[in-house]
Structures are given as C-alpha cells and as structure tokens.
Design a protein around this ligand. Structure first.
Ligand code: AMP
Ligand code: MG
Length: 488
C-alpha cells in the first residue's frame, strides 16, 4: 500500500492546448473533514484506511493543500440540456485535481465536486450540498456492484458551512474517480465553436488513452464513434435491466466512455412503472425510465454531429443504426440472465414483454419480484405463492408461470443450480430512494453511520445481509413520493 505522497500523477488533460480547461485553485470549505470514505475506491488508488485517517487526506483531496503533482483545472464543455443547446457549460463546481497512475496501471481522474467557483460557474456558488453528495457517493458503488460502468466516489468531505438552495442546506464536497470525465458535450463545445482542430485533438486524446487499439489507424474516428455508440447502448441496456433511471440525460452528462456520470435526481424503480420519472423538474417526462434508450440515441446523434469534421455524414448515420440492435441484444441478454435462461429462443422476447405488462398492471416491485424469481419452483403443479402474491389477482401470474416453467423445462434447467446462480444475478439490495433519504437525514444531523451501512449493503447487493432485510423492502408510505429535483 502506498502513502498519499507516493501517488503518481500523469496529467494528460492539463497538457492539452490552452482552451480545453482553465487552471483553478480550489476554494474548499475551511472546516472540511472526511466523514465517509469508500474502502473499495481507496484500494483502486493503492491507499488504505490508515492513509484515509491522516489529517493530510482531507487537506489533499479536499483541495486545501494539493499534492505537488496535482494541477487542478476546470474542463470546458457544452451540452444539450432537455433538448436545448447550451453553448458553454463546463465544470462550474468541480475540479480535475489530477490524474493518478494506479498500481494496476490504470489511470484515475481525481475530481473534486463542490470545491468552489470556476470560470464556468455561470453565477453559481461552486458548491454542492450534503444531500446530493451522499446520493452520488452511494449510487456510484451501487451501480458498480451491479456490474454497470460508472464513476466511483472516494470520499465525502463534510462541513458546517451553509449552502443556499431552495432552502438552507449543509455544504459538502465529494471526491470522484473516473478513467475520464470527457463528455459528449466536450466534443459539442469544440464543434459548435468551430474549432475542428480541437475536436480532432480531443478525439485522439481519448483514443490514445481509452481506445488504444484504434490509435494512429486510418478511419479511427468512425470506429471510435461506433465504439461509443456500442458502449452507450450497452450502458443503457444495463440500466434498463436493473430498473435504474438516470434522470438528467443531457449530453453534458453523457460519458464518452459509456460510464454512468453525474448522479442527480436518479432513481431505482420500486414498483414497475415504465413511465417512471424520477426527476421532479422533468415535467414533460423527457427522461422517463422507458425513454432512456431513445434519448441515448438522440444524444449520440448530437455527438455524431459534433464529429462531422472527422467523419462523413454517411458514416455518422450508418453508425447510429448500430444503436438499436446493440441495445436490444444487450438488453435481451441481461433479461435472459435475470430469468435464468441459458439458451436464446425466439419466444423469449414475448415471454419478457408479457411479464413486463403483468408487472406494470399489478405495480409489482421490480427488484423484489426478480429476487423472488430466483426461487421459482418448476416442479409440475407448484404454486409459487411467494411470486403469485406480487400480483393482483394472484391468478394473473399463473399463465405466465406455466409458460416460464415450460421454457425452463425445454432447456433442462435444474432448479437448485439455477437458484444458486440467480442469487448472483438478481440483487436483494438496490439503492432505493427511501433508503438514501434515510441516510441523508441522519447525515444532516451529523451521523454518518447510516451512510456507511448503506454503502456496505449496496456494495454487496447479492448477499443476504441477515438482519438488514428492512433495507430490501418496498418503500414505506413516506418514501413513495419523495421529491427529487435537479437542485444539488
Ligand atoms: P449538473 O446539473 O450538476 O449536471 O450541472 C450542470 C451545469 O451547471 C454544469 O456546468 C455544472 O458545473 C453547473 N453547476 C451546477 N451547480 C452549480 C453550482 N452550484 N455552482 C456552479 N456551477 C454549477
Ligand atoms: Mg452535469
């Protein structure tokens, strides 16, 4: 294990030409303290809990005394927000402190969120509130543990400083890790400001670091775009399969690496409701759960347009047609896994569609249903009450259960084997809004034990965690209609 001072920096973004970023010194909260640290993310950097306990840790990652190798900067980008192009956004309250070369050879952007104003703050205060910080901290690990590409969070730095939103809230900072923070909107910025040289520089920068098999190749930009389309399709397929709604799929929140990026008013489905809108500022339902694949493709079209100085219009158009089949293939593969089906058969699509229709009409809890399905008894005449009881009327489930039973039988599925393997596929614990809200409420009182407890649960979502079953429950009445807005 390394010490903080041994972290090796290789700040490739800082070496790009002027115009990609602004050098900014962080203005951290003076009383910033580490209030929760994520052991898994520490390990990614080769650090251990002892290092995190040093007072220097908060000073270094909170931006008060950057390490000598750090070169804090704010990245410029633009983006389509709710369909409207905003020509200049950029890191208004986040800073890339530096890029760490990890012990395994990987590289991590260290991003400090809430570290004070930047030239891109557009009148904002450059701060983040504890509420949104806890939400992002927990969500990164929850998605990672479910096998979904995402940014990770290293730690929360708490403060007593008030921050003004709709009401007075507690300020906090978050340190986030990602292999890259380049967004679709970063390309859009250089394209729409008519800097084609910078579009090419950015593309080749991303290719060199993250698509090395394409570096220096003829036709690499079209192939790069195709890989971004594929990664994005797979990402959204994975979201749909676990019931995750991002909430603000603006192009500035779309990672060029196909990571889940910028957690705001996201939500996991409780009851299965395809039209679920988690963001209370999204009045039109643009980012509703079932709209995510369509929006991802729309966003990719914006990216394709931003690459038109590097690829032809025909190439862009042809590449975009990859999205739908790639999405469908990944989604079906994930859903077959959730049903415990090893073989692919033509009837699987209708089996799934009919299940979704049943689940929607009975408002079935998405995560609890699939976890219960892990124990499906395929012996003839078995009633499977634990599953039937999710439906109203319970008999409504019987016809589908019979088709499922026959489908399992047709591929010779063995209950005991399937039960064991499905326990690693269908999670018991997802980050439900009401669970996050409970942790936030305690944190706002200065108690971070609940944040740590939830972090441990969602980091091992397939384990039973005896005694913690309450966290796997459908929301209590107070937790059903929590208002989560863009304000953060
Ligand atoms: P977000 O909704 O967090 O994805 O942010 C959209 C844009 O607004 C980004 O450019 C952010 O940096 C900026 N932004 C959000 N909140 C603040 C804030 N409190 N101060 C300055 N900029 C902000
Ligand atoms: Mg954002």
């Amino acid at each position: 294990m390394a010490s903080l001072e041994q972290l090796v920096f290789d700040n490739s973004y800082a070496r790009l030409p002027p115009g990609f970023a602004a050098r900014v010194a962080p203005v951290p909260f003076p009383d910033a303290q580490v209030v929760s640290v994520n052991p898994a993310a520490l390990r990614l950097l080769g650090l251990d809990a002892e290092e995190a306990a040093r007072p220097e840790f908060a000073r270094v990652f909170g931006g008060a005394t950057p390490l000598p190798g750090m070169e804090p900067l704010a990245m410029v980008y633009a983006g389509h927000q709710f369909g409207v192009y905003v020509p200049r956004l950029g890191d208004g309250r986040a800073l890339l402190l530096g890029e760490v070369r990890a012990p395994d050879g990987g590289k991590w952007d260290l991003h400090l969120k809430g570290g004070g104003p930047t030239p891109f703050s557009r009148g904002g205060d450059g701060r983040a509130v504890l509420r949104s910080t806890v939400r992002e901290y927990l969500a990164g690990e929850a998605l990672h543990a479910l096998g979904i590409p995402t940014t990770r969070a290293l730690c929360i730095l708490g403060s007593r400083t008030p921050v003004y939103r709709e009401e007075v809230e507690t300020g906090a900072m978050l340190v986030r890790l990602a292999p890259s923070h380049v967004r679709f909107g970063t390309f859009e910025y250089f394209h729409h400001t008519e800097q084609p040289g910078h579009v090419a520089t950015l593309a080749d920068h991303v290719i060199a670091a993250h698509f090395p098999h394409l570096a220096g190749q003829e036709g690499r930009h079209a192939r790069f775009f195709a890989e971004v389309v594929e990664r994005t399709a797979e990402l959204v397929a994975r979201w749909q399969a676990v019931g995750f709604a991002h909430g603000v799929m603006n192009t500035d929140n779309m990672s060029i690496l196909g990571l889940t990026l910028d957690y705001g008013p996201y939500g996991f489905l409780d009851d299965f409701d395809p039209g679920f809108v988690c963001n209370h500022s999204d009045h039109q339902g643009r980012y509703a759960f079932d709209q995510q694949p369509r929006v991802a493709l729309w966003n990719l079209a914006c990216l394709g347009e931003a690459l038109l100085t590097l690829i032809t219009e025909d190439e862009a158009r042809a590449t975009l047609t990859l999205f739908q089949p790639t999405f469908a293939r990944h989604f079906l593969a994930r859903m077959r896994e959730k049903l415990g089906l090893k073989e692919a058969r033509d009837e699987d699509r209708s089996l799934l569609e009919d299940l979704f229709a049943l689940m929607a009409s009975s408002h079935v809890d998405y995560t609890r249903f699939f976890r219960a399905l892990n124990r499906f008894d395929s012996s003839p005449g078995a009633r499977n009450d634990a599953l039937r009881d999710h439906f109203l009327p319970p008999e409504g489930f019987d016809g589908w259960a019979e088709r499922y039973r026959a489908r399992l039988e047709a591929e010779g599925s063995v209950d005991a084997e399937r039960h064991a393997s499905l326990d690693r596929v269908n999670p018991k614990y997802v980050l439900r809004n009401w669970v996050a809200q409970q942790a936030i409420a305690r944190a706002q009182e200065g108690d971070f034990a609940e944040v740590d407890r939830v972090l441990a649960l969602v980091s091992a979502p397939f384990d039973e965690h005896p005694g913690q079953e309450a966290y796997a429950a459908s929301p209590p009445a107070w937790g059903r209609h929590l208002v989560v807005s863009c304000s953060s």
